[in-house]
Design a protein around this ligand. Structure first.
Ligand SMILES: [Cu+2]
Length: 447
């Protein structure tokens, strides 16, 4: 066995275990083993030279933020210049539900900031809010004074003033930005956004066909209220992808066989979100700390996106159809649900409604057979609120809301605009339906 001729050091370097040697290493031996056991030289980017501004099409393939937008930029003397304007925004979460939120550039959340490794960026932040603010660039390696923590790294930006942030991107990946002044209030009102930095050079021979960006967040909006309530600690009732609740969310449109990346970020106040995709599996390929080596990527159908992190997943969209993609916490696919609803499963609610209606006009109990049936009742809901669940689907009502969207995979050309192609057209005989008597007889199914 030639392995025995390896020196102990070589064996360690090769990752081989000879007679269990690796299991009994002393810490000195581990240190002596060299590079494979050393920390990387830098965990903050090190010295990365500023390069010429990266261009879409040439240096990177632009991302798509479904239901959102990308922040425009211009080049001034070799620097990419961006302008974020913090302001109040009248935002629609879904048809029927609007609220006065705080966002950037007329949007909630702010537009995605897109750049390329080595880009020098200058980001002006104008504060049009009635309160001071600041912007923190979550996960980005930058000079300490650009980090945006109000009081710690900078003075807050007073109302009406404009601050300048500037750095060179020393890394690539998926990151986020958010207010770091009066965080609980300003983040709960929507002051969040995503940052995507493309690698330079682009990895040779490797590209994705679609590159989506989805920011997860949660809100408390009391039915009928004009503004989100930033004081809520546990009972969030509007759960969003890019600040939209289903049926307000935009679908992710792909063509069969394409390699698709989705960059999830989570800046919810209190909840992690396990996001589940139907019909496919994906692999987590990166976090906001950087890419995962192939040996560390595992396949799964649900990715947990903890608060304050990003997760990049990739999959091959090889199954045509309309595939649900949603948070798997069932309360997170409801809209404006309260936790004080009495459990009425098995109760004849028509009688209860008649009794309740005598004291509370418009009283509406939970459905006798569950919550979903409430969606069909077409009961009046309070002004500026949406029913707990529901959207029209091709087969009737879809009993979901909140953090839910649809990955639409089509055999035909779907273009690059992420335009909704409508409902999937199912090949005949491929939809579950009432079982035929002859099939049941043949298979011995007795009911
Ligand atoms: Cu969730």
């Amino acid at each position: 066995m030639t392995d025995l001729k390896l020196s102990r050091r070589q064996a360690i370097l090769a990752g081989a275990t000879v007679g269990g040697a690796a299991a009994s290493l002393t810490s000195r031996e581990v240190r002596a083993a060299g590079p494979s056991h050393k920390w990387e030289s830098s965990y903050s980017g090190g010295n990365v030279a500023t390069r010429a501004p990266g261009q879409p099409g040439r240096d990177y393939q632009p991302t798509i933020t479904p239901g959102g937008a990308t922040l425009p930029w211009k080049i001034v003397d070799g620097v990419k210049v961006y302008h974020l304007i913090a302001e109040e925004v009248d935002h629609e979460f879904a048809p029927g539900l609007r609220a006065l939120c705080w966002g950037y550039n007329g949007r909630v959340h702010g537009p995605t900031i897109e750049a390329v490794e080595g880009d020098r960026v200058r980001i002006y932040v104008t504060n049009k809010l009635p309160a001071p603010t600041s912007v923190h660039w979550h996960g980005i390696f930058l000079p300490n004074g650009m980090d945006g923590v109000s009081g710690l790294n900078q003075k807050p930006i007073p109302p009406g003033e404009t601050f300048r942030y500037e750095w060179t991107f020393k890394q690539s990946g998926t990151f986020m930005y958010h207010s770091h002044h009066d965080e609980m209030v300003q983040m709960a009102l929507g002051m969040l956004g995503m940052i995507v930095v493309h690698p330079r050079p682009a990895p040779a021979g490797y590209r994705v066909d679609r590159d989506f960006v989805i920011l997860l967040s949660e809100w408390k909006i009391v039915p009928g209220a004009k503004r989100p309530d930033p004081n809520e600690m546990t009972d969030f009732n509007v759960l969003t992808m890019n600040a939209k609740a289903f049926p307000g969310t935009a679908p992710l449109v792909c063509r069969t066989g394409e390699r698709v990346r989705i960059r999830f970020g989570n800046l919810s106040a209190m909840d992690h979100h396990p996001i589940h995709l139907h019909g496919h599996y994906w692999k987590i390929v990166a976090t906001d700390g950087g890419p995962l080596p192939a040996s560390a990527q595992w396949p799964e159908t649900t990715v947990l996106v903890p608060v304050g992190t990003t997760r990049d997943v990739e999959f091959i969209a090889d199954a045509p159809g309309d595939w649900a993609m949603h948070c798997h916490m069932t309360h997170h696919v409801m809209n404006q649900m309260g936790h004080d609803i009495p459990n009425m499963i098995g109760v004849d609610t028509r009688k209860v409604a008649a009794l309740g209606g005598r004291v509370v006009p418009g009283y509406m109990p939970m459905g006798e057979r569950g919550m979903e049936e409430m969606a069909h009742m077409e009961m009046p809901v309070p002004k500026n609120s949406i029913p707990m669940v529901g959207a029209k689907g091709p087969f009737g009502h879809i009993g979901m809301g909140g953090m839910f969207t649809i990955v639409k995979v089509r055999d035909e050309d779907v273009g690059n605009e992420n335009k909704d192609p409508g409902w999937y057209k199912y090949p005949p005989g491929t939809v579950a339906d009432r079982a035929r008597k002859e099939d049941m007889d043949r298979d011995g199914i007795q009911v």
